[in-house]
Design a protein around this ligand. Structure first.
Ligand SMILES: [Zn+2]
Length: 264
């Protein structure tokens, strides 16, 4: 079996408290379940500290630090305060095991959202990633057009659109510009034929796989607390799209993730 590379999980989430021994015990179990590497993703600057602490405690865990679009409003000191905290974490990039800025982006799912605030945080973090030459992890929920336009403003930035929900056309344009496209457990859902169709248009060398644990558990665990080893069900669903084995998908996506995030 190839090693699993889970490119997106949130092991600081309190939902893992339902496991005996909490997140720590679960993470300990992962290598025996075939999981090679995990990127632990932050949602704000406070959470970034916990994400780093956790990543430093486990050999095969890396950190992504950043401010999620729906969390921007509560950052102390607004954009300037948040960016100075983020910059100082990134100064210790190696010691903090940081391999990406994320998750960042736009989320228009909720009606009362402050789009201008989201945009300012998104652009400031893209600019920071560009200046440090570090990949980004993009969260794009119901904001495909604006997300796409915004990343185009930073042509040197590369990274991944996580749990991709945009069109095949947009994926094609992103891929042409060097971006990666990642699929989560959503691809295994019965009511997601469109996601499978879009996936079939992505070249294998630009494909990534993720859990977004504890969220988005694949079938047959939909609605349950997700964990990195469940990624095999997502890889099976992707494999069916391409007519190749789950093992082959795990091998290819691990190789791609290493190239993007670990530069190996
Ligand atoms: Zn996430």
């Amino acid at each position: 079996m190839p090693k699993i590379f889970d490119t997106h999980a949130h092991y600081t989430d309190s939902r893992f408290d339902e496991y005996p021994g909490k997140a720590a015990a679960l993470i300990e179990e992962m290598p025996a379940a075939g999981v090679g590497n995990i990127i632990n993703v932050a949602v704000d600057t406070q959470n970034s500290l916990d994400v780093i602490r956790q990543a430093r405690s486990f050999e095969n865990m890396y950190a992504a630090v950043g401010i999620h679009p729906t969390e921007a409003w509560h950052e102390e000191g607004g954009l300037d305060g948040a960016m100075s905290r983020l910059r100082s974490l990134l100064e210790g990039k190696e010691k903090n095991k940081i391999v990406a800025v994320g998750e960042i982006g736009l989320d228009y799912h909720y009606e009362n959202t402050d789009k201008a605030l989201q945009q300012s945080f998104f652009e400031a973090q893209l600019e920071l990633a560009q200046s440090l030459d570090i990949p980004v992890i993009i969260h794009d929920r119901d904001a495909h057009g604006d997300c796409f336009e915004t990343v185009l403003k930073y042509p040197k930035v590369r990274g991944v659109f996580h749990s991709y929900s945009g069109s095949a056309e947009m994926a094609k344009e992103l891929i042409r510009r060097g971006w990666y496209i990642s699929f989560s457990g959503v691809i295994s859902f019965k009511n997601a034929p469109r996601v499978r169709e879009v996936c079939s248009s992505v070249p294998l060398e630009r494909l990534l796989c993720e859990t977004d644990a504890p969220y988005l558990a694949p079938e047959p665990y939909r609605g349950k607390c997700n964990r990195s080893d469940y990624i095999t069900y997502t890889a099976q669903a992707i494999g069916r799209v391409f007519g190749i084995s789950c093992e082959e998908i795990l091998r290819i996506t691990e190789e791609n993730a290493k190239k993007l995030f670990l530069k190996t």
